[in-house]
Structure formats: structure tokens, C-alpha cells
Design a protein around this ligand. Structure first.
Ligand code: SF4
Ligand code: ZN
Length: 420
């Protein structure tokens, strides 16, 4: 029998009540910022002989030795071993770090992988909170929640800048790339099952994500491999197997199996859901979509806006205005929430012609996805540098100017059938 540890040995409180806590610059003692300096967070599966349970090591300066208000590097490697542990579980455990660290009173965490950001408040520091306590939290929570697979757990936290650079570039990034490559080589046709995710039903009761290799969850955080690992870690948990043995229309991505699953999981609120159409029975959206796409009737295309974009789109709506008509677990043909990485997928709106329908995106999003999107456009239609044909806020935020730009670039959407 494994005993759950309920108390964490840290000098501040630990509770989900602190999850939403924001620490302002003036209240912060130190900050760690993966977007500015080398940072990383990683779960690493090791042999049992390489892991000393509950050992926590800090390599580099503690908070006391960092300047008040300074920006620093941090990289933590959580080494785990266990006979049921699989490398596929690593990202599922890593994703929980955000939640664990945020539950610490006076500590704030956002982001993941090598882009995390952490703030420790003056109050937490004054109470005696130090870097090593982050290790204590990670150790305790990983052992608590993943005891089915993790037998031993050791945490090494690097704050020495040179070590952070080494860990980020030589250890973490190669692992992240390997994970992404595994997924990149999978197609919806090459797997036997899809997965549902209902994690968001807490606030969006009829919402169901159907996660496939080529269509990740709309939050951007649940890939098919993650959903599979989540199911294997907890067969009664938020992700369930959806078979795909009874296709209705493969162009639309309609399956009897998928319909049955969403009917059951939405308690009857949904009857039919397609995987590849934005017009016919599109997937529902909760509230945490990374992006929303919506039809733009003047160009026969779609506009995509990401959450970070605060400006106007050619639909005459901002992201939040689009969000107010898309969320809540209801189907709204013509509008759909989705993850950033879905944009470059060969399955993106496949039923309506695919990515050649994309006519506008905020510049930042376009640059983020450019390499992958251009590769997909080359593959599907033989178009080079497709993103050059897509408008952004520097070109147009109204439909007339946008259509002028698309005409000049010879954008393929203009020649397609209207979507409605
Ligand atoms: Fe799961 Fe993400 Fe979909 Fe929520 S948005 S149900 S977390 S895949
Ligand atoms: Zn959600």
C-alpha cells in the first residue's frame, strides 16, 4: 500500500485557492522568465538506480543570492523511475507542474516546456520560501498523483545560468523535438482509435473535444499522444477511447463511433460531430481555445484570430467578440475554436477545401506557424510561401481592403465555392 502524502513541507500555504493569484512586479522578489533567459521544466524517465527518492538538489544560487526584483534562469528536471513508467507519460506529468506551482501561496507560474515564467513574491520569500521548496512541491505532488507509475522521484533544480543554458539546449529541447516528431509522423488514418477529452466540462458541461493525431485539443495542450497517455494513466479519467470503425463520410470526418461517443459524453446535448468541417456539425468549443476561425463571406475564406491578438479582424469583431459567439459547448457552424498547431494540419477544414481557405491571421500568429503552414500548402496544392498570400493587421482590418490584397496576391480562396 502506498501512502498519500497530504502535507507539503514548505513555509507557505499550498491550496488550489491560490491558483488564480497574480503577483505584480512591485510585489515580486524574483522572476524566472523562459522568454528572456534559458529556462526549462522537464520530467525525465530514468533507471531506478539513477534516482534517489526525495532527493532535492539546487545547483546554483538560492533566492537570497539573487538581486531583489531580478530576472533569472531556472531549469528543473524531475527524474522519475518506475516499472510502469513510460516516456509517453512525461508530458502529461509536466503539464501538471503549472497547476502544482500555482497552488503555492505567493508563487505564480505560466507557460510550459522552456517558456515557463515564475514569480516569487516578497511575502513568500519573507516567510522563508526558497527554490528548494519548488522541488519539494513537485516531488510531493508527482508522488501523490502519479503513484500508479512513479515509484521513485528526485528533483534537480538549476539556477546557475550556464547550467540552465546547457540543460535547456542539450537536454530539454532535444527531448521536446523528439516528442513533436513522433506526433508529426502520425496521421488520423494511421491510428486505430481517437480519444475524447472532457476535462473542460467543469465549466462547459456539454463540451467534448475529439482528439486525433492531426487535430489536437482546442486548448493546444492535449495532443493525441497526451490523450492516449492520460487514458493509460487513468482509464476512468477525462480521456476515453473512441473507435473509428464505422465511417459515415471520411471527407467530413464523420463516424458513427464519434457520434455515439459525443452523444454519451455530452449527456445527449450533441448528436453529430464532424472532425474536419467548420460548417457541418463542427466540434464544440469550451472557453480555452488558442484560436478561433470564422468565415469571411467576401473572400470565400476564413479569418483566424489568436487569444493574444487584441486588435480588430476583418470580420468587424475582436477575438473576444468572436469568442462570445463560439464558446459554451454549443455548435456554431461558421465559427470554431482550435489549437494553434491545427492551423498547419492537412485536416484543417478539409471538408471545405482545407488551409487554402485561410485569408487572414494576426501577423504574430502567421509568423509562428509559417514554416509548417507553408510546408502543408506546398504538399497539398504545390503553392510556395503560402503565408505571403494571407492578410494580417498590417494589410487590412476590413473586408474590402482584404479582398483587394487577396486579389493582388492571387489567393486561391477567391476561386473557391462560397462557404454558405
Ligand atoms: Fe481537454 Fe483541452 Fe479540450 Fe479542454 S480544451 S476538453 S483540456 S482537449
Ligand atoms: Zn476548455
Amino acid at each position: 500500500i502506498k501512502i498519500k502524502i497530504t502535507n507539503i513541507d514548505i513555509p507557505v500555504a499550498f491550496a488550489s485557492a491560490f491558483e488564480g493569484e497574480i503577483i505584480r512586479r512591485k510585489d515580486m522578489r524574483v522572476e524566472f522568465d523562459g522568454s528572456r533567459v534559458d529556462c526549462a521544466e522537464l520530467v525525465h524517465t530514468c533507471d531506478a538506480s539513477e534516482v534517489e527518492d526525495h532527493k532535492i538538489t539546487v545547483v546554483g544560487p538560492e533566492v537570497d543570492e539573487m538581486e531583489d526584483g531580478s530576472k533569472n534562469s531556472i531549469a528543473y528536471v524531475v527524474k522519475v523511475s518506475g516499472k510502469n513508467m513510460q516516456p509517453d507519460f512525461e508530458p502529461v506529468i509536466e503539464r501538471k507542474f503549472h497547476n502544482y506551482i500555482n497552488c503555492i501561496e505567493g508563487v505564480y507560474h505560466t507557460g510550459q516546456r522552456d517558456m515557463q515564467r515564475i514569480r516569487i513574491s516578497h511575502a513568500a520569500f519573507d516567510a522563508g520560501f526558497r527554490i528548494k521548496h519548488i522541488g519539494e512541491v513537485l516531488y510531493t505532488q508527482v508522488k501523490n498523483e502519479f503513484d500508479a507509475v512513479v515509484d521513485k522521484c528526485e528533483v534537480v533544480i538549476y539556477t546557475d545560468p550556464a547550467e540552465c543554458t546547457r540543460v535547456r539546449h542539450e537536454v530539454a529541447i532535444p527531448i521536446f523535438e523528439k516528442r513533436d516528431d513522433r506526433l508529426a509522423n502520425l496521421t488520423d488514418e494511421s491510428v486505430d482509435v481517437y480519444y475524447s477529452c472532457i476535462l473542460c466540462q467543469a465549466f462547459s458541461p456539454s463540451h467534448v473535444c475529439v482528439v486525433t493525431p492531426e487535430r489536437l485539443g482546442l486548448c493546444g495542450a492535449v495532443s493525441w499522444l497526451d490523450a492516449k497517455a492520460t487514458y493509460e494513466l487513468d482509464p476512468n479519467g477525462p480521456c476515453q477511447v473512441i473507435t473509428k470503425e464505422r465511417p459515415i463520410n471520411e471527407e467530413l470526418g464523420a463516424y458513427e463511433d464519434v457520434d455515439e461517443a459525443v452523444q454519451k459524453l455530452s449527456q445527449g446535448a450533441l448528436e453529430h460531430v464532424t472532425l474536419y468541417s467548420i460548417m457541418q456539425d463542427p466540434m464544440t468549443s469550451c472557453g480555452c481555445f488558442e484560436c478561433i476561425c470564422g468565415i469571411e463571406p467576401f473572400s470565400n475564406g476564413v479569418v483566424i484570430a489568436n487569444r493574444e491578438y487584441a486588435g480588430m479582424t476583418p470580420l468587424g469583431m475582436t477575438f473576444s467578440e468572436m469568442a462570445s459567439m463560439t464558446g459554451g459547448g454549443v455548435q456554431t457552424p461558421g465559427f470554431m475554436g482550435h489549437g494553434k498547431h491545427f492551423i498547419a494540419s492537412k485536416k484543417f477544414m478539409k471538408a471545405e477545401g482545407g488551409i487554402e481557405r485561410i485569408v487572414w491571421m494576426p501577423k504574430e500568429l502567421k509568423e509562428f506557424i509559417a514554416d509548417k503552414l507553408n510546408a502543408t500548402a506546398k504538399d497539398l496544392y504545390g503553392i510556395d510561401n503560402f503565408t505571403d498570400m494571407i492578410g494580417d493587421e498590417t494589410v487590412a482590418t476590413d473586408p474590402e481592403t482584404l479582398v483587394g490584397f487577396l486579389t493582388e496576391k492571387g489567393h486561391p480562396a477567391l476561386a473557391l465555392d462560397p462557404m454558405m
